[in-house]
Ligand binder design. Structure first.
Ligand SMILES: Cc1cc2nc3c(=O)[nH]c(=O)nc-3n(C[C@H](O)[C@H](O)[C@H](O)COP(=O)(O)OP(=O)(O)OC[C@H]3O[C@@H](n4cnc5c(N)ncnc54)[C@H](O)[C@@H]3O)c2cc1C
Length: 390
């Protein structure tokens, strides 16, 4: 097997696989190292518990990767409306695709199917090798090359290592890049549900004093319920039987959810994390390896897709212009494009989280004022375009 590559991408999840697909047309020789391949698709499969709201901008990246047509032939759910409101206040805001002249605000997709559709796009490419199951055990950067030893003992070399290996990134740690990190008191419970009511064109989120309660539609009369709670409460809820959890959700959630049946559940801790640098000599970070944000507004993977688009453009242009494309000078251009933008989103989600978790009367007044202000047509249009990434 080949062992000298231009680029080795560690992590073949949604972001690492998209990175390989966008870089491949520039002629780089690429290896993707991943611990676990996504299972092949079968319509009878249960819905993945990990789902994402893909923005139109992320959809464009998926199209450029030639993966959108694969995903469209599997399962996804476009949504046209998005409603946000607070239970004890007057703030109630509905965004509609018509208001910004588009046919949908985004698509709710299963993370595993996004990854699988990207792998399907990578398979025919001669300059991309997927090495799986595999994991790097060490990295040694020397003379403008990195030597990567895999758990199997196999060694690879690369001019550039891209860390797309998620929040606990081994690449980031091995290259000595630190993070600023914080833990939220809340966790979120995610449940796959079958719904009696058809509500497949709207995603909604209601804020109650314990945290947000949200519904995301999936294909057919299926959906995902997301319930933010104190960490121990979320853990307790995830231990209930499916039937008992369904009763609890129906008792606590707004009536528009209607009757549901729970088919799967898990709880996730919430954290925020930002790498102090997005690069080191011979290495660059993308996606959750670089930044983890509160999933409150479902923007995590969308930021990752924007990292992919930006890094692909920077590296391909430098390559085309005959520059040393793996140099620190080139990697700095990518950091300049992405770090501040990601930091802004991270801090906005943080402020949003704290603003909506605060039960004091002034905080409530401010929340209602914010939601009321966001109803004004010009601002509303801006908010929805920002959320859509356009
Ligand atoms: C509860 C919850 C809900 C969310 N909802 C949304 C949402 O609605 N919208 C949204 O945009 N985002 C959402 N997010 C965030 C989103 O899931 C992440 O931003 C996204 O998964 C990041 O993708 P990634 O490919 O960078 O990392 P990951 O998804 O973590 O993928 C990393 C990949 O690297 C592989 N890997 C890891 N270590 C190694 C190793 N040592 N060797 C080889 N391979 C390795 C893993 O197997 C995996 O395939 C949510 C997050 C949570 C916790």
């Amino acid at each position: 097997m080949k062992c000298d590559y231009d680029i080795v991408i560690c992590g073949g999840g949604m972001i690492g696989a998209a990175m390989a697909a966008l870089l491949a047309p520039s002629g780089f020789s690429i290896a993707v190292i991943e611990t676990q391949a996504p299972a092949e698709y079968d319509l009878s499969q249960c819905f993945d518990l990990r789902i994402s709201a893909l923005s139109p901008k992320s959809m464009q990246v998926m199209q450029q990767c030639n993966a959108w047509e694969h995903l469209s032939s599997m399962r996804m759910c476009p949504y046209k409306r998005m409603r946000v409101w607070e239970v004890a206040g007057f703030g109630d805001l509905t965004f509609n695709a018509d208001q910004v002249g588009v046919s949908e605000l985004g698509h709710i997709v299963e993370n595993r199917l996004v990854q699988l559709s990207l792998w399907q796009a990578l398979r025919p490419l001669n300059n991309v090798d997927i090495i799986c199951p595999a994991s790097p055990s060490s990295f040694r950067h020397q003379n403008a090359h990195t030597h990567i030893t895999l758990d199997s003992g196999q060694t690879l070399t690369a001019k550039l290592v891209i860390g797309a290996d998620g929040a606990e990134s081994k690449v980031r740690q091995s290259f000595g890049v630190g993070v600023n990190r914080g833990q939220y008191q809340q966790a979120c419970l995610v449940a796959s549900v079958n719904t009696q009511l058809g509500q497949q064109d709207i995603t909604w989120q209601r804020f109650v004093s314990t945290g947000p309660q949200a519904f995301l539609p999936l294909l057919g009369q299926h959906g995902s319920v997301v319930w933010y709670h104190q960490a121990d409460q979320a853990r307790q809820l995830s231990k209930l039987s499916n039937a008992a959890l369904a009763d609890e959700i129906m008792a606590q959630f707004p009536s528009q959810l209607g009757h549901i049946e729970v088919t799967g559940k898990a709880s996730f801790g919430l954290q925020k994390q930002h790498a102090k640098s997005y690069f080191a000599p011979g290495m660059v970070l993308i996606g959750d390896a670089a930044h983890v944000i509160n999933p409150l507004a479902g923007q995590g993977v969308n930021l990752g897709f924007q990292d992919v688009a930006s890094l692909a453009q920077v590296l391909s242009e430098a390559h085309k212009n005959g520059e040393d494309w793996s140099s620190v000078m080139v990697l700095k251009r990518y950091q300049k494009q992405r770090k501040l933008a990601n930091s802004l989103m991270l801090h906005s989600m943080d402020a949003f989280h704290h603003g909506f978790s605060n039960v004091s009367p002034p905080a409530k007044w401010l929340r209602n004022l914010t939601l009321a202000a966001a109803k004004a047509p010009p601002l509303k249009k801006r908010v929805v375009r920002y959320a859509m990434g356009i």
